[in-house]
Design a protein around this ligand. Structure first.
Ligand code: TMP
Length: 212
């Protein structure tokens, strides 16, 4: 089958430990896609602009205390409140580059000791990414990169646990890129992966739901 009439955009997620380079790579990817004349947007979770996002932000900056289950559900709600907009953007042909998604949700909460299946529960039914790129960096290396910003989870011991929990989540849609390579090399690999994914979506790969 050839190109279809209203090609949809791709849902591309970048995951990785804090300081793995996701945010810089995501904005590099956006300019790359725009240079190719593709419609694309950069999204991130948590989205701190909503009411729920502000509660999350005050938790992360230690201005409020919430128990582990509550903050987990807020992170999830923060994705749910964006789901319909996400779907309409994708259907109208815009590719979304998303800095963190449900995998962060499950990896960080299960690293605190919450049951992994319980953590996945509220994520079921969100849109499934067409591609997840994991920027792989040893926790020690990440912690050396210009230091952490001082938010709640930015501690080496905890990041080690998160890395172990990310490993449990790897599935067929994941691509692992070595985040210790020079930035340009990481960018090149990402560009290839994303272009391939965008093409498949344009050719009619259907949207699906996460973990259902
Ligand atoms: P950020 O630094 O990318 O803005 O993310 C803030 C922190 O929140 C980061 O340490 C990862 C964590 N996080 C979760 O614990 N659960 C989630 O669902 C998401 C999206 C992020």
């Amino acid at each position: 089958s050839g190109p279809i009439d209203n090609p949809r955009g791709a849902l591309v997620v970048l995951e990785g430990l804090d300081r793995s380079g996701k945010t810089s790579q995501a904005s590099g990817l956006l300019s790359y896609l725009e240079r190719l004349g593709l419609s694309a947007e950069l999204w991130r979770f948590p989205d701190r602009n909503t009411c729920v996002g502000q509660m999350i932000s005050s938790y992360l900056t230690n201005k409020s205390h919430l128990d582990d289950q509550t903050i987990h559900l807020l992170f999830s709600a923060n994705r749910w409140e964006k789901r319909s907009l996400m779907e309409s953007k994708l259907k109208s042909g815009t590719t979304l580059i998303v800095d963190r998604y449900s995998y962060s949700g499950v990896a960080f909460s299960s690293a605190k000791g919450l049951d992994i299946e319980w953590c996945k529960g509220p994520e079921r039914g969100l849109l499934a990414p067409d591609l997840v790129v994991y920027l792989n960096i040893p926790p020690e290396k990440a912690s050396e990169r210009g230091g952490y910003g001082g938010e709640k989870y930015e501690q080496l011991e905890f990041q080690r646990k998160v890395a172990q929990h990310y490993e449990i989540l790897h599935d067929a849609t994941w691509k692992i890129v070595d985040a210790c390579l020079p930035m340009e090399d990481v960018a090149k690999q990402l560009q290839e992966l994303v272009l391939d994914c965008v093409t498949k979506c344009q050719e009619g790969k259907p949207l699906s739901n996460l973990w259902s």
